[in-house]
Design a protein around this ligand. Structure first.
Ligand code: CA
Length: 235
């Protein structure tokens, strides 16, 4: 498969990591553009119109979050954030600002390519779906938005209103990591001390009802300490 039509902008100031990513994406058949500063990356975003951005958060001139803010003003371009393991909070706020996914350093080439492929595919799926479908399908899971009904293997599953709202939210953002606060604000409107626990309890019930065994990532991936992600149907 040729990826020649895809242009990827990599914004990273660490030369070793930048050249590693460039090599991997080159070999993967992508066209690669690079920037080592945030401001340069922002300029290249408008001048080169890439299909996807791989973005380091710690940049010398500006915080990578500024890049996401500027990009999200007029573009839904997929943004994959690179973050160090210690920057848990940065990762979460980057996702809340509109980044699609994250990779924790150090990462392997297979992981990078898989995340890039997934983000490109989801973006194309969303662009094609100009008329939003009223039924979401993922394996044997079906979510009917109009009838507010969930079925597994053809059998309707009883879910509460809150559980349905959570499933609906995650499936409409398929493939994207939704942080705890993004889900909580969207479902309950406000966030307090007990919110994350409340969400986790709802999620445990949802997984049980969908027939997921503990630890199994059948439909929904538990991004530990960050949030949840509905699996891309082709993943
Ligand atoms: Ca850096």
């Amino acid at each position: 498969m040729s990826n020649n039509k895809y242009k990827i902008l990599v914004v990273e100031d660490d030369r070793n990591i930048l050249s590693m990513i460039q090599t991997v994406l080159d070999l993967g058949g992508y066209q690669v553009l690079t920037a080592q500063r945030c401001q340069q990356g922002i300029l290249m975003l408008t001048s080169h119109m890439p299909d996807l951005v791989v973005l380091d958060l710690g940049l010398p001139d500006m915080d990578g979050e500024e890049f996401i803010r500027v990009a999200r003003r007029n573009s839904m371009i997929p943004i994959i954030v690179l973050s160090a393991r210690s920057d848990e909070q940065d990762k979460v706020s980057a996702l809340d600002l509109g980044a699609n996914d994250y990779i924790t350093k150090p990462f392997g080439t297979a992981e990078l390519l898989a995340r890039v492929r997934a983000s490109l595919r989801i973006n194309h799926m969303n662009m094609r779906a100009s008329i939003p479908s009223s039924v979401f399908t993922l394996g044997d899971l079906e979510i009917d938005y109009d009838r507010r009904q969930v079925a597994v293997g053809g059998s309707v599953i009883h879910v509460t209103q809150t559980e349905f709202n959570i499933l609906s939210l995650l499936s409409r953002q398929v493939g994207k990591v939704m942080t705890y606060s993004a889900i909580i604000n969207s479902i309950w409107g406000t966030m307090d001390d007990g919110s994350v626990k409340k969400l986790q309890v709802n999620m445990a019930n949802i997984r049980k009802k969908l027939g997921c065994k503990p630890g199994e990532n059948k439909y929904i991936i538990n991004e530990l300490g960050v949030g949840y992600r509905m699996l891309d149907p082709q993943e």
